[in-house]
Write a new protein. Structure first.
Length: 367
């Protein structure tokens, strides 16, 4: 293996793969990235056994091909520090990977490419094309509500469902739920769904550049594959049945509050400084044209603000974890938010005027 490549190309490729590289190093080779070189390109691959990413880069000069694995983190740190216009010479010398620039020589240990784990994924046959901004939107609007190391493992990921010409994402940690839908560019004859692990969703989100071409997404019964602009990411899915989220979304008669999103978020931020650090509770008392927002803590400190709003219905006295409200408000694009109340002891539904593209459900706190 002997080739030349620009700093820009190799750093971009290493950055793309680095997120998948196994940090815990249960197997030493999982800390490495696989080099696969032929006449026209360099293919870099990383895996943590649960997911795999491969990306293709253009080389500037080819001497000989080959395959080898080398430490991903050291490679990334070293190449990043070369001068911006550097052309980097990579070649194998026995069991060492030699790296040369016009100003220096470096020598890295390698492990055989034959020992690099092969990621086992099923044959996928349901590719759909989706705009990167649409996939990015549904991830951003829902992924914050995923469970984190929950014993109910099926909550520790993002539920994706593709049906006809619509893709739906849902996340819940059993305290709040987030749902978002977007159109895809073609229709699927058979609906399909699966739960994508938290780490894998974060890696997919990194690939979504709004300037890039359409993404090909392929969801199977056991794995997901996403391809865009020379990069392919594959991941196993979480086993288990996702909760029946449609049953969780409140319906029926409600009292609806319409409020300026920015004003509400800023009031919540100020008042919550004096909330309990453990429960992060804020109390909302909603009446005609006015919201009273308050919080207190065990040190007997209190904060209170009033905010004008558009509201008609029964007076509501309800409390929420302020972090849940803030994350929802920050994911809403529109200037106003609609909060639908179904009673002071029942979950509320948060939507936006004029769109059904995303919905949020938050359970109240009992304080």
């Amino acid at each position: 293996m002997d080739f030349y490549i620009t700093k820009e190309e190799v750093v971009k490729a290493l950055n793309t793969t680095l997120g998948v590289v196994e940090k815990r190093q249960t197997l030493p080779i999982l800390a490495n990235v696989l080099f696969d070189v032929d006449e026209t390109r360099l293919k870099l691959t990383a895996t943590d056994l649960e997911s795999e990413i491969s990306t293709i880069s253009t080389i500037s000069n080819f001497k000989s091909g080959g395959r080898v694995t080398a430490p991903a983190k050291k490679l990334s740190e070293l190449c990043r520090l070369f001068s911006d216009l550097a052309e980097i010479h990579f070649y194998l010398d026995g069991e060492n990977l030699k790296i040369e620039t016009s100003t220096g020589k470096y020598n890295l240990a390698t492990l055989p490419s034959e020992d690099f784990p092969v990621f086992e994924s099923e044959e996928l046959s349901n590719p759909v094309s989706i705009k990167p901004q649409n996939l990015k939107s549904i991830i951003n609007k829902t992924s914050f509500a995923m469970g984190n190391q929950d014993w109910r493992h099926y909550l520790n990921g993002l539920y994706l469902s593709i049906d006809n010409t619509t893709i739906t994402s849902v996340a819940t940690d059993a305290h709040r739920l987030a749902l978002s839908t977007q159109n895809i560019n073609e229709s699927l004859s058979d609906p399909i769904n699966g739960i994508v692990p938290r780490k894998s969703i974060n890696e997919i989100a990194k690939l979504l550049n709004e300037d890039s071409e359409n993404i090909t997404l392929n969801l199977g019964s056991n794995s997901i594959n996403v391809s865009v602009a020379g990069t392919t990411f594959s991941s196993k899915l979480i086993e288990g049945k996702f909760p029946d989220y449609e049953q969780v979304i409140p319906s029926g008669e409600s009292s609806t509050l319409v409020v300026d999103k920015k004003n509400l978020a800023e009031s919540l931020s100020r008042v919550s400084v004096l909330s309990s650090e453990k429960y992060r509770g804020v109390r909302l008392v909603v009446g005609e044209g006015l919201i009273n927002i308050s919080a207190n803590n065990p040190e007997q400190e209190q904060g209170e603000e009033q905010l004008s709003c558009d509201y008609s219905g029964e007076k509501i006295d309800i409390a929420f974890n302020v972090n849940y409200l803030q994350e929802i408000l920050s994911s809403i694009d529109e200037s106003n938010a609609e909060i639908h109340f179904f009673g002071s002891d029942k979950s509320c539904l948060i939507t936006c005027p004029g769109t059904d593209d995303y919905k949020y459900v938050v359970m109240p706190l009992l304080i």
